[in-house]
Design a protein around this ligand. Structure first.
Ligand code: MV4
Length: 454
């Protein structure tokens, strides 16, 4: 096992990785920007190295500085967390070339899944169900028209280098297609330096359901069920659940069996998440994420697994110590992402946290790097806490969530806590009756109600 791990990240996820290492008897090295000198991940780590000024480009994305920090501290491995360098295949290669273990997938798989066309092609070959659409890239508007006619309108034109909602254009009919195609290509070229696009049938009311997997370096692949991440606004998730209120155990098992077979065939290793759209009782693969995800705790709660420890063990060459049949899904878990934003306008709200009080009690987990007196810096993403609850049933999890949200205090800055309180009190949310469009409409309804009241 590793003696020392460098954590190439900040905030709650740096702390989450530190906690896993600590319990495994592994020493930790925090890296930080000058803006994060007093951050909790720096305070708790065994050692810390300042790697640059506040701008992420100069610090958390500064590969040379991070590799130097690993070298001078004698780290054995690097955990990239999420965001920043976590899905940068070049970084993973450099980490390995410098003699460190990369706690994540092989660079070739990071690269493959970063190219959304290559990812879909791999999944098609491996028998995973896809959204109907083009076979590969669509280079001309004539081909775009032919594909769209075949799959039927509306269609979505997506950038191969996009993902997470970046670089998509809808065409509702043939009159819109040419313009949408040209704009999608131009935007893809400007944003990613790659104007490859592909086309899919546009699903109008899907749920976003993702499947968590782990693979070791000995050919074992296990899945940990699904997360329903449909509750998002502008591609930022606010609430995630495990399992999905829409899925039966049989549907989960069937999908899981297909996916684990596919990833074993691919020779994938470490943690991965496959994203699907789910509509009319069918799954359709859209993308794969080759990192630990923000919402991993809901899976940990229902499966009783520590995904970060598993990632570290896998990177050290250990075998998964269990089979698929050993994985049991117990109860229901829900996560609220609490961000430093105005709960109505979503304007960022960095600044000094004058008081922080985390909720507790049975089935409550808070993943956060906050403390009273901490100043949330304006340079990074505004996630300040994840509140996760676990209970035997979904109804009990919701009751627990309402109770925990009422206990939690973050003062001095605005947060999305009041919005989460409104969501969990909503009858449609309580019924589990939502698609990817539900939250935007809920937010709009709230705005209208407040405008009328004012
Ligand atoms: C789609 C879609 C409808 N049809 N693909 C957005 C994020 C990216 N991961 C894929 N996305 C979508 N792809 C087809 N063929 C709708 C979305 C989408 C979405 C997906 C998941 C969660 C939230 C979303 C919000 C808007 C659009």
């Amino acid at each position: 096992m590793f003696g020392k791990v460098l954590i190439a990240n900040r905030g709650e996820i740096a702390l989450r990785i530190h906690r896993a290492c600590q319990e495994m008897g592994i020493r930790t090295v925090a890296v930080h920007s000058t803006a994060d000198a007093t951050a909790m991940h720096v305070r708790l780590a065994d050692e810390s190295v300042c790697i640059g000024p506040p701008s992420p480009r100069d610090s958390y994305l500064n590969v040379a500085a991070i590799l130097s920090a690993a070298t001078i501290t004698g780290a054995d491995a690097i955990h990239p967390g999420y965001g920043f360098l976590s899905e940068n295949a070049r970084f993973a290669e450099m980490v390995e070339a410098h003699g460190f273990a990369f706690i994540g997938p092989a660079p070739e798989h990071i690269r493959m899944m970063g190219d959304k066309i290559a990812a879909k092609e791999a999944m098609r070959r491996l028998g995973v169900p896809l959204v109907p659409g083009s076979e590969g890239a669509v280079p001309t508007v004539e081909e775009a028209r032919a594909v769209a006619r075949e799959v039927g309108y509306p269609v979505l034109i997506k950038a191969a280098a996009g993902g997470g909602g970046r670089g998509m254009k809808v065409a509702r009919g043939e009159t819109e297609l040419e313009e949408a195609f040209r704009v999608a290509r131009a935007e893809a070229r400007a944003a990613f330096g790659d104007d490859s696009v592909y086309i899919e049938k546009f699903l109008d009311r899907p749920r976003h359901i993702e499947l968590q997997v782990l693979a070791d370096t000995h050919g074992n692949v296990v899945h940990f069920g699904e997360r329903d991440c449909s509750l998002q606004r502008r591609h930022q998730k606010l609430v995630e659940e495990a399992g999905s209120p829409a899925l039966t155990a049989a549907a989960r098992d069937a999908l899981g069996a297909q996916v684990t077979r596919a990833l074993a065939e691919l020779g994938y290793r470490n943690a991965g998440t496959l994203e699907f759209l789910w509509q009319d009782g069918r799954f359709a693969f859209i993308e794969m994420n080759t990192r630990l995800q923000v919402e991993h705790p809901v899976t940990e709660m229902v499966c009783g697994v520590d995904l970060v420890k598993e990632q570290i063990r896998i990177a050290a060459g250990e075998r998964l110590g269990y089979r698929q049949s050993d994985i049991r899904f117990q109860g229901h878990a829900i996560e609220c992402r609490i961000t430093a934003e105005d709960p109505d306008s979503f304007a960022p709200s960095p600044g000094r946290v004058t008081m922080y009080h985390a909720p507790g009690g049975p089935g409550v987990r808070v993943d956060s790097a906050l403390y009273s007196g901490y100043a949330v810096p304006p340079y990074y993403d505004n996630l300040v806490a994840k509140l996760i609850v676990h209970a035997p049933t979904r109804a009990e999890a919701i009751a627990r969530l309402r109770r925990a949200l009422a206990e939690m205090v973050v003062s001095g800055i605005r947060t999305t806590l009041p919005l989460h309180q409104r969501i969990v009190a909503d009858p449609e949310f309580q019924a589990g009756d939502y698609t990817i469009h539900w939250l935007e409409r809920f937010v709009a309804r709230g705005r209208e109600a407040r405008a009328r009241a004012a």
